[in-house]
Design a protein around this ligand. Structure first.
Ligand code: 3PG
Length: 210
């Protein structure tokens, strides 16, 4: 049984989940701390770089933060991420094996879904909260709006092409719990250690209201 409530408790804390690509381990803590100070406590560290697991470890005790792993592609990555301290998992798509692995691990997974069939596969496994990915190319707010009636019990976190400018178009939909996006942690700001800018971007994102 998937613990949707545990996932919802994390996702309800702020309207935006930052999607993080961390290349240098030493950036992990100051980056996470800046986002939390700005009001974004859920930190999705993507498993796209060699330091991702160490970054999750380094960020797991940031006060006020909840660290999770993104771009989780298979059961082995899910297990590694949880062992490193990830409290939630996010995937760009979903395979039955990954959906089962997260259930076995007992750690909330936000599985990627791009259409009604994807959502139905996740739903059959007991999932009620999914990521809509890639939100913009897959159809944007209008597509999600069209899923609300037939898939009434499902909640979505649209990610992929979401920005400060269009986030409200998603957040105002009744089936959207939050959005995800990398815009709050731009690569150039991370590279130059501009934590003040990232805190400001987080503050703007945290203030988003539908
Ligand atoms: C990604 O896969 O990189 C995330 O979904 C974030 O997408 P974004 O960079 O468009 O915010």
């Amino acid at each position: 049984m998937i613990d949707s409530e545990a996932l919802l408790a994390v996702l309800r804390r702020a309207p935006v989940v930052p999607v993080l690509i961390i290349d240098r381990l030493e950036d992990a803590r100051p980056l996470g701390a800046a986002l939390v100070r700005g009001g974004l406590p859920a930190l999705e560290v993507t498993m796209r770089t060699p330091v991702a697991l160490d970054a999750i470890r380094a960020m797991s005790d940031i006060e006020g933060g909840v660290v999770g792993a993104g771009t989780v592609l298979d059961a082995a990555q899910a297990r590694d991420a949880v062992a490193a301290g990830a409290k939630f998992l996010v995937s760009p798509g979903a395979t039955p094996a990954l959906l089962d692995a997260a259930l076995e691990l007992g750690v909330p997974l936000l599985p990627g879904c791009a259409n009604a069939s994807d959502v139905m596969v996740a739903r059959e496994k007991g999932y009620r909260v999914v990521k809509f990915f890639p939100a913009g190319p897959a159809g944007g707010p209008n597509y999600l709006k069209a899923l609300a009636s037939p898939l009434a019990e499902m909640l979505f976190c649209p990610t992929g092409g979401v920005s400060l400018e269009n986030a409200r178009d998603y957040l105002k939909l009744p089936n959207v719990i939050c959005v995800g996006g990398s815009w709050v942690a731009p690569g150039d700001a991370v590279k130059s250690g501009d934590w003040a800018r990232i805190e400001t971007l987080a503050r703007e994102a945290a203030a988003l209201k539908p």
